[in-house]
Ligand binder design. Structure first.
Ligand SMILES: CC(C)(COP(=O)(O)OP(=O)(O)OC[C@H]1O[C@@H](n2cnc3c(N)ncnc32)[C@H](O)[C@@H]1OP(=O)(O)O)[C@@H](O)C(=O)NCCC(=O)NCCS
Length: 85
């Protein structure tokens, strides 16, 4: 386990302002500020925008998993990681 660990809980851009580079700016700020941290972020596998955003910023897949909900539905997720320097 790395010594310094951070977790991105959620990145959300107001839907009136998507596609303008806001989330990219935010994730760059985080990865530069915490460049010596290993950063994890969990993304729904159907969330192409978020997967691409993370890949573009140096994250890669650590593992994929499925989550079974109380209503019987299943969702699929990708745990992504960006290793610290
Ligand atoms: C995912 C989200 C945060 C992206 O925010 P954004 O400010 O629109 O993103 P940006 O404009 O900074 O785009 C950065 C990169 O993300 C990816 N991206 C963003 N929107 C995309 C889309 N609709 N389709 C595919 N890729 C997309 C691209 O790689 C893009 O880089 P590029 O423009 O050079 O191709 C935004 O769509 C959102 O708030 N979604 C709902 C909440 C959510 O799902 N959050 C993530 C939970 S983990």
């Amino acid at each position: 386990m790395p010594e310094k660990v951070a977790y991105i809980w959620e990145i959300v851009t107001d839907k009136n302002y998507t596609g303008k580079g806001i989330a990219n700016h935010l994730i760059k700020y985080i990865t530069e500020k915490y460049q010596d941290f290993t950063i994890y972020s969990c993304i729904d596998l159907t969330n192409i925008a978020s997967l691409k955003l993370h890949e573009k910023n140096g994250f890669h897949t650590l593992y994929e998993f499925e989550k079974r909900h109380d209503d019987g539905s299943i969702s699929y997720h990708n745990m992504m990681v960006r290793e610290g320097k």
